[in-house]
Ligand binder design. Structure first.
Ligand code: HEM
Ligand code: FES
Length: 778
């Protein structure tokens, strides 16, 4: 849980919400009837403004807006996932409908913006998306890297000696626009006019424009539309470049019924909008966040390998799209709430991205977070942002150039950040930074101007996420057990962790998971206890042999796959051997919550039962110990039989203990909680699947796909790079060509007709028909 949740304070008044509840209501603590998106808390901090909803009413109807608001991670993702029920057709509809006068202006310009990819229903959408996603493949995006770097450097050159600049005005607003125009393939000589017309669409679509504003916007939109058409006609004459529009024009010749004229004209205009403001705002949010957290800014200056994940974390923490829309075209259920047919839904990604049910310490900016790419700022599933890897590449280059050339820049203090009032797009209007130009590194070391960090296109690499820690103390707390206390080498605070959290501990080539077992509330150290397993895979032995105080190690996490649900009435905690580590943290937590609980701790030999002293000191009255070498044993059957009707059991220990508990508790399985270290399920039932062979024609190899793995897994394990996003058959990015064999299609990215006739398959979920062998063009 977060700083705010823990403190319970109102972010507006600074008072304690609970204590003051009777006096003045905290404006962040809202109700469905009062909730407003155009003013108040939502405009200040959309994630915080929906905390009450995430906690108490995660799906609710807002009478003021006429929308159903969805605020939890799982529910937002479920709506994105299912576009048979939740149509994207209203995604770009105006929140505030146009006046007749504004519509008359648009008519004057023959304005005919039609469906573009983002608000299109199936089956038209997926067919088009799959035809057009070619320009977004890594090898295609690589053609634009040089251009992105050149434009970025040009802008930085202009202000690098100035000492103070508004990053939004002087760089982050314009550079993504110029990159968007280049990406589309717009001829150089037409860029200036398009730049002039592509004015803030945000107010028009997601804001509450006044009547006068509406007419002004309509004039600009009309002109933009007209001129986009002219530029398109010109591009048709020579569509040979790497631009997305060039490619689309070429594809039209092959597939005129998929890539229509109306589509091309609409996309010409919509493409600029999709690529521009999104990336400009996301960049401004990210610079603001990282400069506000100076220690993190310094970390990325010192180690550019951290930049990709830091950007991703900023997209999670404060994305440029905070909400998106869908319409229920059938009666539906979201998060247990009935949604009527025709209902409009506002799914709030900003809220989902701060949902503690999915992200550890969601209100902390943690650039090492290893599931940060799960954020929903790019949407999810069949409409997930096609341009996300272009946006990532741009932002990485912005950060790389500025951390290299102006590492000493800082936010101008006491500036007030203004945001354009609207429901969906978010970024500061200005971002003033300053620095001492005489200290610019390039003045003494001009080589840095030529240096560049290699850009990898795609999501951040997990390899770069580990953080360095120092071994503060080592203590033997059992015959074969080492307690290890870790500290940040620079003394920085560490991320908060909860009972049940673990870290991945990397020593040499080994990486092992260990539960955290330090004292609650200590965020300056992390503590684990490591049992030497002489017959294990060698990791613990290696750690015991090589670890020394003062040594530097690398860790990932903390993460929690063993969460304590704090809402139950009664708890029994059962630990076997070294499994005491998460259990003692849970006992500490339950004690501080004042919940009834009991602890059973069994070990084979007393000498290897760790932390008995601390356990008995803090939990002695409710703890029973069973040392095998002293003839004591835990009677699991009797313990389970004796629990109350509301009791939940949390257990950690050897496989045999957990299996026995699972058997005993089969009829009440929902009251048994054990750790699941493998968080990703493939959704495959190995009992009903069969293994099959695939032959890779280009690389002349044959692989076997086991019954419990996907084709994509097998290809990746064999070192073959395949694009993938959703990994559940929705987005179309993992397509491969089948040269021979019969595919068993299981995706939703292709239509039934295509399944019958196409030579493609989605490798994340489709397999070979029983008895068939697939030959792939890989
Ligand atoms: C779709 C966000 C940059 C092109 C989307 C969607 C979101 C989004 C939320 C809708 C997703 C859904 O319905 O599931 C963003 C953000 C960006 C960004 C936050 C920057 C940080 C770009 C760029 C391009 C782009 C640079 C380049 C052209 C598109 C396209 C779609 C889309 C074509 C429609 C895909 C479809 O419906 O199949 N984006 N976007 N976006 N975006 Fe982006
Ligand atoms: Fe999305 Fe396969 S369809 S990764």
């Amino acid at each position: 849980s977060s700083a705010m949740a823990v403190g319970g304070g109102c972010p507006f008044t600074g008072s304690n919400a609970k204590a003051e509840a009777t006096k003045a209501k905290c404006p962040f603590d809202n109700t469905p009837a009062d909730f407003d998106m155009f003013e108040g808390p939502y405009q200040v901090d959309p994630a915080e403004a929906l905390r009450w909803s995430r906690d108490r009413e995660p799906v609710f109807y807002s009478p003021k807006l006429g929308y159903w608001i969805v605020s939890r991670y799982e529910d937002v993702k479920a709506v994105f996932r299912n576009n048979d029920v939740f149509s994207p057709s209203i995604a770009l509809e105006k929140m505030t409908p146009n006046s007749p006068e504004a519509n008359a202006v648009l008519e004057k310009y023959d304005y005919g913006m039609n469906r573009t990819l983002v608000n299109e229903d199936e089956p038209a959408h997926m067919e088009r998306r799959r035809v057009l996603l070619h320009s977004f493949l890594p090898e295609e995006l690589a053609h634009h890297e040089e251009m992105v770097r050149k434009v970025t450097r040009q802008y930085v050159d202009r202000f690098v000696d100035r000492g103070e600049v508004d990053l939004v005005e002087d760089m982050l607003w314009e550079v993504p626009l110029i990159i968007a125009l280049n990406f589309l393939g717009v001829p150089e000589e037409d860029m200036d006019r398009l730049r002039e017309y592509s004015i803030a669409h945000t107010v028009n679509t997601w804001g509450r424009p006044t009547l006068d504003e509406q007419i002004g916007v309509a004039e600009a939109v009309g002109k933009f539309w007209q001129f986009s058409g002219e530029v398109l006609e010109k591009m048709r004459k020579n569509p040979n470049g790497h631009g997305w529009m060039d490619y689309s024009i070429r594809k039209q010749k092959e597939l005129p019924e998929v890539v229509t004229d109306s589509y091309l004209h609409s996309m010409m205009m919509a493409g600029i909008v999709a690529a521009h403001e999104t990336t400009a705002n996301a960049s401004a949010n990210a610079f603001k966040l990282l400069l506000e957290n100076r220690a993190l800014w310094e970390s990325i200056c010192a180690n550019p390998a951290l930049i990709p994940n830091a950007i991703e974390e900023c997209l999670r923490f404060s994305g440029s799209f905070v909400a998106w829309r869908r319409r229920a075209i059938k009666p539906a259920v979201v998060g247990g709430v009935d949604i009527p047919e025709g209902a409009k839904l506002l799914i709030v990604m900003a809220s989902a991205n701060h949902d503690e049910r999915h992200f550890e310490n969601p209100d902390e900016l943690d650039i090492y977070r290893d599931n940060t790419t799960d954020h929903l700022t790019f949407g999810y599933g069949s409409h997930q942002c096609l341009g996300k890897n272009l946006a990532r590449m741009e932002m990485r280059i912005f950060f790389e150039e500025l951390t290299k050339r102006l590492p000493h820049m800082e936010l101008v203090p006491n500036q007030k950040f203004e945001y354009l009032p609207n429901t969906s797009v978010r970024g500061p209007d200005n971002l003033w930074v300053r620095w001492d130009p005489s200290k610019n590194p390039e003045r003494t070391n001009p080589e840095i101007l030529g240096s560049r960090y290699p850009i990898k296109i795609g999501p951040p690499s997990k390899q770069d996420l580990s953080r360095e820690m120092r071994v503060e103390t080592l203590e033997r707390i059992g015959e074969n057990i080492l307690a290890v206390t870790l500290k940040d080498p620079n003394g920085n605070a560490l991320p908060r962790w909860n009972a049940g959290s673990h870290i991945d501990f990397e020593v040499g080539d080994f990486s092992r998971k260990y539960s955290l077992c330090g004292e609650a509330g200590d965020n300056s150290t992390l503590k684990v206890a490591i049992l030497r397993e002489d017959n294990g895979r060698g990791g613990s032995l290696h750690i015991h042999q090589t670890l020394r105080e003062g040594m530097s190690v690398r860790i990932r996490g903390p993460k929690n796959h063993f969460r304590l649900n704090e809402t139950h009435d009664d708890y029994v905690l059962i630990a076997g051997g070294i499994g005491i580590t998460p259990i003692i943290a849970m006992a500490d937590r339950l004690k501080s919550l004042g919940k009834p609980y009991q602890v059973h701790y069994a070990g084979r030999v007393r000498a290897n039962m760790a932390m008995v002293g601390r356990l008995m000191r803090d939990h002695g009255a409710v703890t029973s110990l069973y040392a095998g070498d002293e003839g004591q044993s835990l009677d699991l059957a009797a313990t389970v039989a004796g629990i109350g009707a509301q009791t939940h059991i949390y257990s950690c220990g050897p496989e045999s203990l957990l299996n026995a508990l699972q058997d005993l508790m089969e009829p009440i399985a929902d009251r048994l909680h054990i750790e699941h270290f493998s968080a990703v399920a493939t959704g495959l039932d190995p009992e009903n699947e069969t293994a099959f062979e695939v032959e890779l024609a280009d690389s002349e190899r044959t692989l076997t796909v086991a019954a419990n793995e996907t084709l994509l897994d097998a290809l990746e394990a064999a070192g073959i790079d395949i694009q993938s996003d959703c990994r559940e058959g929705l987005c179309g990015s993992c397509e491969v060509r089948v040269l021979d064999g019969e595919a068993d299609h299981r995706d939703k990215a292709m239509s039934a007709t295509e399944h019958a006739t196409s030579d493609r398959l989605m490798s994340c979920c489709s397999r070979a028909k029983k008895g068939s062998r697939l030959v792939l063009a890989l």
